[in-house]
Design a binder for this molecule. Structure first.
Ligand code: AMP
Length: 117
């Protein structure tokens, strides 16, 4: 699979479509999900052409991986849900139902989350 530069998150990164920004630095952009399923539902995406976590973990430079992970924690603290707790989720590929083929992590929180298993 090759990266689709017309996916919706690529367009958000290029500022061709708007987003409700939560945080931005050299490595990531974080913004509210357009169809939130939890009280807090934010998406964190890397600033680079990565299809999924599989692609990102395989091809991203170490500086990008560190920058991304640090930013995820920072966003949770900025949203003041680090103390109360939160959940990270990333859909990867067909079987997961990944809709947008730009690597992203969902950050869920704000109240008690249903158990997943
Ligand atoms: P996934 O199934 O993990 O690929 O999830 C993609 C997520 O992107 C869904 O939760 C969508 O609601 C969200 N989404 C799609 N388009 C937008 C958009 N323009 N702005 C914010 N979130 C979006």
């Amino acid at each position: 699979m090759i990266y689709d530069y017309n996916n919706v998150f690529a367009k958000i990164l290029r500022e061709e479509i708007p987003c409700k920004k939560v945080y931005e630095d050299d490595f990531v952009l974080a913004f509210y999900d357009i169809k939130p399923t939890k009280l807090v539902h934010v998406l964190i995406i890397p600033k680079g052409a990565y299809i999924s976590f599989d692609d990102f973990s395989k091809t991203a430079p170490d500086t990008m991986i560190v920058g991304f992970i640090r930013a995820v924690g920072l966003v949770a603290r900025q949203l003041e849900i680090a103390e109360s707790g939160y959940r990270l989720l990333s859909n990867i590929g067909r079987d997961s139902g990944q809709e947008v083929t730009h690597f992203h992590v969902h950050l869920f929180g704000g109240n008690t989350l249903d158990r997943m298993v």
